[in-house]
Design a binder for this molecule. Structure first.
Ligand code: UDP
Length: 477
């Protein structure tokens, strides 16, 4: 036991809310399963400030600061992560800036080695932080990449960035290298920066560098549960050739009291549609108007997290009189029909509430997992990145949702909004999706089962992470 007490591991998330949150969840899961292990999460001071409150002082999770001065990289002084960047086109600045953390990360490993009188047992680094692999190799520390997205999404993302197959054809649809022939993507399923990518642009340069490095990891941890997406996990193994361990879990609900949760209390079970496009995306101005009109016409209750539309400062003030139909908010507030929330809502609390019956989502992977873990079907409206493939898989493979629209520029009209939300919230098809989502929720809960024979797949994967790390460590040193 005294030997076990000395174990410590280091985690290195990419600086984006959608990455920090699953890293923290994974750290909590490891803490629960391996209480003798001390965990250091290395990130920038501003991110530490915002994460610290979610970890009690008695926890074995510690935060290790990596000094970061946003202005040195042409970023606004208050940039803490990609969610505080007002336009997606500025993201490459933060991506390249993240690579400059290398010397401080190396120093941190050295300090932690001195403090614990032994090097860390392993490093769990974001798949976007492949730059840290040479540092780990140099120090003889086992290195596992962690993808905060799911199996299918990560497999498609990896293959697409490595091969840029859309550049090899004029056709509207194309094959994803390494995928079975029937998985064809449409050009509408690409973010604008991937459409424009030619291998020499900032996005390609950064992402290809990280991908080629993470592919050399000792193993790949994936934020999914194998039982809910066996095809996706199989494809991820095939595309990366890595030993893939699925460590996905359902996120716990905080204890916060919030007006959204109080608002839900007065609604019938499964009657409220929750709408959010994640921590760093928004939709177009005309789409926003159509969505509001369609929601009003549907007569359904909703909570909608709004941000200024595409083309405006996403973190700026939301001007309801400019971007929503006249008097919309007041009409919706009457009789508690709809609640319009600015910027941020307690998502996991909302999804966990019995009144929530559907989630219109950009299909960021955390949102998908959070929704399915609560048995809530999804209306997909992917906007960026691997969200398009997440939405595709949810509709075609898991059959737990429908797609509403694609991208922040595509045509959306109020009639379609009304039809789709009613179908998912009230129709037979929606009920079937809800049942399948509930089944996914059961699988996610089973994956976290800790005891005996019923030990879940995510728990077994964490056991394997530690066994593998110890074996690697012996081989290396
Ligand atoms: N989130 C939240 N409230 C919001 C928007 C987002 O709590 O108003 C959380 C959400 O629960 C999820 C994360 O932020 O854990 C967003 O991650 P996701 O992968 O869904 O999307 P991203 O923001 O990375 O695009």
């Amino acid at each position: 036991m005294s030997e076990k007490k000395q174990q410590h591991i280091v985690m290195l998330p990419f600086m984006a809310k959608g990455h920090l949150i699953p890293f923290l969840n994974l750290a909590r899961f490891i803490e629960k399963l391996k209480p003798y292990c001390s965990i250091s999460i290395a990130t920038t001071p501003l991110n530490i400030q915002s994460l610290r409150s979610s970890v009690p002082s008695t926890s074995s999770i510690h935060f290790a600061p990596l000094p970061f001065s946003p202005t040195d990289h042409g970023l606004p002084p208050d940039t803490e992560n990609s969610s505080s960047i007002s336009h997606i086109d500025s993201l490459p600045l933060l991506m390249f800036a993240s690579e400059t953390l290398a010397p401080d990360f190396d120093k941190l490993l050295s300090d932690l080695t001195t403090l614990h009188r032994s090097p860390p047992l392993l490093i769990i680094a974001d798949a976007f932080a492949g730059w840290s692999l040479p540092i780990a190799r140099n120090r003889g520390i086992p290195y596992f990449a962690f993808t905060t997205s799911g199996g299918f999404g990560t497999a498609a993302f990896t293959s697409l960035w490595l091969h840029l197959p859309h550049r090899l054809t004029d056709s509207d649809t194309f094959h994803v290298p390494g995928f079975p022939d029937h998985f064809r993507l449409d050009r509408s399923q690409m973010s604008h920066y991937m459409s424009a990518a030619d291998g020499s642009d900032d996005w390609s340069v950064f992402l290809r560098r990280q991908i080629n490095l993470y592919l050399k990891s000792d193993a790949l941890l994936c934020n999914t549960v194998e039982e809910i997406e066996p095809t996706g996990v199989h494809l991820l193994r095939r595309i990366t050739g890595l030993h893939v361990l699925t460590v996905g879990i359902g996120r716990e609900v905080g204890m916060e009291v919030d007006p959204c949760i109080e608002w839900l209390e007065s609604h019938r079970p499964a009657s409220v549609l929750y709408i959010s496009f994640g921590s760093q995306n928004t939709i177009g101005a005309s789409q926003m108007m159509a969505l509001a009109e369609g929601l009003e016409a549907s007569g359904l209750a909703f909570i909608w997290v709004v941000r200024p539309p595409l083309g405006f400062d996403m973190n700026g003030e939301f001007e309801a009189d400019r971007w929503l139909p006249d008097g919309f908010e007041a009409r919706m507030a009457e009789k508690r029909r709809g609640l319009v929330v600015r910027r941020w809502a307690p998502q996991i609390g909302i999804l966990s509430h019995k009144a929530t019956g559907g989630f219109m989502s950009h299909c960021g992977w955390n949102s998908v997992m959070e929704s399915l873990s609560r048995g809530v079907p999804v209306i997909g409206w992917p906007v960026s990145s691997e969200q398009f493939y997440n939405s595709m898989m949810m509709v075609a493979e898991m059959r737990v949702g429908m797609e509403m629209a694609r991208g922040a520029m595509g045509e959306v009209n109020a009639k379609k909004v009304e039809r789709v939300v009613r179908m998912v919230m009230e129709g037979e098809k929606g009920n079937a999706m809800r049942n399948r989502a509930a089944r996914c929720g059961e699988m996610i809960r089973s994956a976290m089962e800790e005891e005996g024979k019923k030990k879940g797949s995510s728990v077994r994967a964490i056991d394997e992470v530690f066994e593998l790390a110890m074996r690697k460590s012996l081989e290396m040193n």
